[in-house]
Design a binder for this molecule. Sequence first.
Ligand code: C2R
Length: 188
Amino acid sequence: MNDNVASDRLEPLRVSIAMGSASDLPVMELASEVLAEFGVPHEVRIVSAHRAPHDMVVFGDEAEGRGVDVIIAGAGGAAHLPGMLASLVSIPVIGVPIPLRHLDGMDSLLSIVQMPRGVPVATVAIGNATNAGLLAVRMLAISDPALRQRMTEYRHSIAQASRDSGRDRASGQPSTDNDLSNQKQDRK
Ligand code: C2R
């Protein structure tokens, strides 16, 4: 299988979205959508620590040299990919626990979040690749004023959407559903 699912970047790469299997794509594409919304160049890769360990080591070893500043790594079940990547790089790794048919993602969550001291993985909620994308944007925004401004505008937009949803309920009007925060909330 070609492990390079998507690489439609025109500018220098900033974020790599990695996942253990193509079956993780329906969840992980939410992170890609957020990065696209914020204009952050990124790639989407299938790379499994369990099934193709040597490829994973090469991917991790080369990531920083290819310009990657943040890795978002999603995996389900015995989810070792995010932690193994964190052991190979010095950039932040954000882990996304993928819910599978059995155990509802609790297995993935614990596999990703319970890292040994010294090898941190910033773990988001089960299936919440949207927050992984937003966290990556916040990390990049530390040294990018324009991106920080966009994040500030995004925060204001979700605050307004929250207020509006309360008002709509009070007035009996249907809520407007036209921004990223509302669209993604149900899907996590
Ligand atoms: P398949 O659907 O391909 O059988 O994969 C994947 O992330 C996926 O959620 C089932 C699940 O196996 C996970 N997987 C891992 C790793 N590689 C694949 N957790 C890994 O290296 O951690």
